[in-house]
Design a protein around this ligand. Structure first.
Ligand code: HEM
Length: 195
């Protein structure tokens, strides 16, 4: 996983919980290089999992909620770091529709060794978007947080429902369908409304 993901994670922890907590989280994660990440380096994705687990035991929030919160934070940072990806994109659903075919294609040009998920996007007749997340890793919570961050960025409330899909026998990866819809006021539980 690219170092930019780690440096942004550490920035979020420092911002929300302070540097002392960040130091304890790094110590608790027992990483081989004591958390010395550079934005352009590449590190095992299991290290971000170790950091999340360490943060979770420190602050008492469940790992999935922390990863989603990180996804929301990360999207805001991506919007600052890569404004060019937002040019001529009129709305949140158009942005999400283009993550696989445009955004991550550009990301791969910047970082040829990036470990990116695949997304299959299809517009529904009701105006919503179905986004199928496919990865050899298990970062659907991160994807959900990024989708929520996208809604916040465009100031367009979205309702996000997710469902695990079967994966091929013997595959260690994950397949998760996100059913994304423009939110029209009140959402029924357990769907989540972002923004
Ligand atoms: C400006 C927008 C975006 C940029 C610049 C961007 C860039 C990146 C980068 C640099 C990584 C790390 C790759 C690595 O560590 O090797 C990544 C991973 C990932 N991205 Fe994006 N991304 C963007 C938007 C999104 C959105 C909107 C979603 C969700 C719909 C998404 C889903 C993911 C996920 C889930 C991963 C983790 C890897 C995995 O699950 O296999 N990204 N992205």
């Amino acid at each position: 996983m690219k170092g930019v993901v780690f440096t942004e994670f550490m920035d979020m922890v420092a911002e929300r919980y302070g540097y002392e907590t960040l130091d304890e989280v790094l110590a608790g994660a027992k990483l081989p290089h004591n958390g010395a990440y550079t934005a352009v380096g590449t590190y095992p994705h299991t290290e971000i999992v170790a950091l999340v687990v360490s943060l979770s035991s420190k602050v008492g929030s469940p790992p999935d909620a922390l990863v989603r919160a990180f996804g929301r934070h990360l999207f805001g940072r991506f919007a600052e770091l890569y404004p060019v990806f937002f040019q001529d994109v009129p709305d949140a659903l158009t942005f999400l529709e283009r993550v696989d075919s445009v955004i991550h294609v550009e990301v791969r040009k910047l970082y040829p060794d990036a470990e990116l998920p695949r997304f299959q996007a299809s517009r529904r007749a009701d105006g919503g978007l179905n986004l199928l997340y496919l990865s050899s890793r298990h970062f659907a919570d991160l994807a959900e947080g990024l989708i929520e961050g996208c809604a916040e960025h465009f100031k367009q409330p979205l309702m996000v429902q997710r469902r695990n899909q079967p994966v091929a026998d013997g595959s260690a990866g994950s397949a998760v369908m996100f059913h994304v819809s423009p939110a029209s006021g009140v959402a029924a539980s357990p769907d989540r409304v972002a923004a």
